[in-house]
Each structure stands twice: as structure tokens, then as C-alpha cells.
Write a protein that binds this ligand. Structure first.
Ligand SMILES: CC(C)(COP(=O)(O)OP(=O)(O)OC[C@H]1O[C@@H](n2cnc3c(N)ncnc32)[C@H](O)[C@@H]1OP(=O)(O)O)[C@@H](O)C(=O)NCCC(=O)NCCS
Length: 379
């Protein structure tokens, strides 16, 4: 029996699976728009709260709309006691495993969980976005033998996260860096984690299932895990002079420089440009300019690879920023996840609006029509 000839699209590279109005990426020139607005303008001018509103409601909010939206987010920060208990029970796991488990468990306490309507998804997206920093910070406290810090309703989303993480009100400049980082991570088309979320939604599973899937897929080092790996690399390099030998040796032995390369961008990821300036300024402010210098040196050494479209991505500088803010390195991916929940939500809402089951195929290359041998007759 012959099989039909198939054309493989391994990794779904350059395959368009649907249409979107959420974000636009021009990978050749390194351009990113959220709902038509350039990421450069949003990074410099918009708060994360404003960006979430833009993504969820497809328009920039007026001041009163933003105030009401912000109040809604704040009202949803607190966790059900059972979720805090789940965090206690799983406290020794990786923070992304705890976040994934806790977000999944919030389904049990969400009155809209099984409602896949647009309105319900807006409400659930707000709740999940609002609770994620509380989960991550509560876990950080609990694993250090402390009680979770209650959310501070006077602080914005980013500032409150740092407050709950460290137990003291943050320097507004530090909070502004995390705010911008959240803006830059909020949405990015059908990347691996959003694709995972869309696959879940395509079966008409609910938003909690889809966001839980997104978190699971984000964890890998080829996706959200790269920021942590970049900072590990910078620490291993140790000083500017070592950067050349270290990177050349890595690449010559077939290794990957973390924070470099991207499936869509063939130019510098525009998000990394904003984080580069932030990493430099923060390093100077904290009296630790060396990490920026090491990373800058890595970029110099990787320059020849830019001709092949291997340039720095969003994760290249974010790890240094988190490190300089004294954030433990195993929390780096969780920060990415906190920023991305609005993106997963809008991708899932788009999937629901014009749903089709996402079910590709695999070309079978194994043996055919083998004769079944009964247990007693096997060698
Ligand atoms: C992001 C990533 C998974 C994209 O992978 P991809 O689109 O499947 O690209 P490929 O794995 O096919 O790589 C294409 C070529 O570029 C090379 N390449 C890609 N990223 C590289 C990197 N970070 N360092 C060195 N070489 C790299 C590959 O070795 C491959 O070379 P080859 O054609 O000679 O075999 C990949 O670039 C990577 O692993 N980067 C490091 C992890 C990272 O920063 N992830 C965060 C992304 S936001």
C-alpha cells in the first residue's frame, strides 16, 4: 500500500494559520504593532494597564475608561485562600510550575469558568492578569518561610508586584522598568505559547485551560526560558574580555547563544532596543555597569551572524534587568508569563470568534501492516 505524497511544514515555519487584528510583526525590518500602534510608542508612553485595555478592547482608553479598568484589575488581585494553600503545597517546585498549577486551580473559583462568551473572556482575562503577580510573589514569600504580602491597592500593577515580591514599596524607577517590560511582553502573534493556547481554545476548552497551556509552553528555554539562560551566560563569562572566547567556543561547538535568534525576526527584535537602554541605565544606577558591557560585547561578537538573521531578541536584556533588580533567576520566566496573559487572552478570544479545530497531520514513516503475534508466541 502506498501513502499519499505530502508536503511537510516542519515547525509550521512561515505557515499562516489564520488572520489576526491583535499584533503585526514585520520580521525583516524589526517592526511590531499592537492593534496598529507601534511598540516604540507604547513602550515609551503607555502603561501596562493601558496596553492591556488596548489589547482587550481594541482601542486606547480615555482617562475615565482607564480608571475604571484599573479599579477592576486591582479588585481582582487577591487570591482565594485555597490558591494560597495550593502554593504552600507546591512551594518547592519551579515558580513556573507553581504559577501553572495555581492558574489552573483558579478555574475552580471562577464563576465564569465554563462561559466562553466574549464578555466572560474579558472578565476572566482581567482576573487571570490581576492574580498572576499575586501568585508569583506569594510563592516567592512562602518558599522563603514568610507569609504572602497583601496587594497594595495604591500601587500600579508593576509596582504592586515588586512590593509583594520584596515586602517593601519599590523605587518608582524600578517599578517603571517592570511596567515597560510587561508592555513589551504583552502580545506577539501566534508564537509557540499563544499557538498552544489557541489549540486548547480550538477544542472549545475554556480560557483557564488555554492560559494554563500557554504557561506550560512558555517554560521551555527556546521560548520564555531564554532570559534566565542569558544571565547565566553573562555570569559565566564574568568579564568583558572573556566574552569573545566564550561565545566563539559556544557557537563553534554548535551551541546557541541565548537571547539570539528568532523564528520571525531577521532583524533586531524592536523590543530588545528598549530593554537595552533600560539595562544600561539600571546597571549604571546600581553601580554594576559590567553586565551591560558583557552583553554589549556579546552583541559585537555575534555581529557577523546578523547577516544570517540571527540578532538579539526580547530576552537578551530582560534577564540583566531582573538580575539588577535582585529578582531571583528562576522567577524570570514568570515575569514574561505575567506580561503575556493579556496576549494569550486576546488570541483565545480571536480563536473563539471564528473557531476552527486546529488539527494538523503527521506523515507516518513507521512500519506497515505488521502481523500481530500473540503474547505466548513472542521471542
Ligand atoms: C528562537 C529559536 C528557537 C528560533 O529557532 P528556529 O527559528 O527554529 O531557527 P533554527 O533553530 O532553525 O536556526 C536557524 C539557524 O540559525 C542558528 N541559530 C539560531 N539561533 C541561534 C543562536 N541563538 N545562537 C547561534 N546560532 C543560532 C541555528 O544553529 C541554525 O543554523 P544552521 O542553519 O546552520 O543549522 C532559536 O533562535 C534559539 O534557540 N535561540 C536561543 C533561545 C532564545 O533566545 N529564545 C528566545 C526567543 S524570543
Amino acid at each position: 500500500m502506498t501513502q499519499e505524497k505530502v508536503r511537510l511544514h516542519r515547525g509550521l515555519r512561515d505557515v499562516y494559520i489564520d488572520r489576526t487584528q491583535s499584533s503585526f510583526i514585520d520580521g525583516k525590518i524589526g517592526k511590531l504593532l499592537y492593534r496598529g500602534y507601534n511598540i516604540d510608542d507604547l513602550a515609551e508612553n503607555a502603561s501596562f494597564e493601558e496596553t492591556i485595555y488596548l489589547l482587550l478592547y481594541s482601542k486606547l482608553p480615555t482617562q475615565s475608561e482607564l480608571d475604571a479598568f484599573d479599579a477592576d484589575l486591582k479588585a481582582n488581585r487577591a487570591l482565594p485562600e485555597a490558591i494560597v494553600e495550593i502554593i504552600r503545597l507546591t512551594k518547592d517546585a519551579h515558580p513556573m510550575d507553581v504559577l501553572r498549577t495555581a492558574i489552573s486551580a483558579t478555574a475552580a473559583y471562577d464563576p465564569d469558568v465554563a462561559d466562553n462568551s466574549h464578555e466572560a473572556n474579558l472578565r476572566k482575562g482581567v482576573r487571570l492578569t490581576a492574580m498572576a503577580p499575586t501568585i508569583v510573589a506569594a510563592h516567592a514569600q512562602i518558599r522563603n518561610g514568610k507569609d504572602p504580602v497583601e496587594p497594595d491597592l495604591e500601587l500600579n500593577h508593576a509596582g504592586n508586584f515588586l512590593y509583594m515580591l520584596f515586602g517593601e514599596r519599590p523605587d518608582p524607577r524600578d517599578a517603571a522598568l517592570i511596567d515597560k517590560d510587561f508592555v513589551l511582553h504583552a502580545e506577539h502573534g501566534v508564537n509557540a505559547s499563544s499557538f498552544g493556547a489557541r489549540v486548547a481554545a480550538s477544542t472549545q476548552a475554556d480560557l483557564h485551560c488555554a492560559v494554563t497551556t500557554g504557561i506550560a509552553v512558555l517554560k521551555g528555554p527556546a521560548h520564555g526560558g531564554a532570559a534566565e539562560e542569558v544571565m547565566k551566560m553573562a555570569l559565566e563569562i564574568g568579564n568583558e574580555e572573556n566574552a569573545g572566547p566564550y561565545v566563539r567556543n559556544l557557537v563553534e561547538h554548535g551551541g546557541r547563544v541565548m537571547g539570539f535568534g528568532h523564528r520571525v525576526y531577521r532583524a533586531v527584535d524592536p523590543r530588545s532596543v528598549h530593554l537595552r537602554d533600560d539595562a544600561r541605565e539600571l546597571g549604571e544606577r546600581k553601580g554594576q555597569p559590567k553586565w551591560f558591557s558583557i552583553l554589549q560585547e556579546v552583541i559585537e561578537i555575534m555581529q557577523p551572524y546578523s547577516r544570517r538573521g540571527i540578532c538579539q531578541n526580547v530576552d537578551f536584556f530582560s534577564g540583566a534587568i531582573y538580575y539588577l533588580l535582585d529578582i531571583p533567576d528562576d522567577l524570570f520566566i514568570s515575569i514574561f508569563a505575567m506580561g503575556r496573559i493579556p496576549g494569550w487572552t486576546v488570541q483565545v478570544m480571536e480563536q473563539f470568534e471564528n473557531n476552527i479545530l486546529l488539527r494538523p497531520r503527521l506523515e507516518y514513516t513507521g512500519p506497515m501492516d505488521l502481523e500481530y503475534v500473540k503474547m505466548g508466541d513472542r521471542d
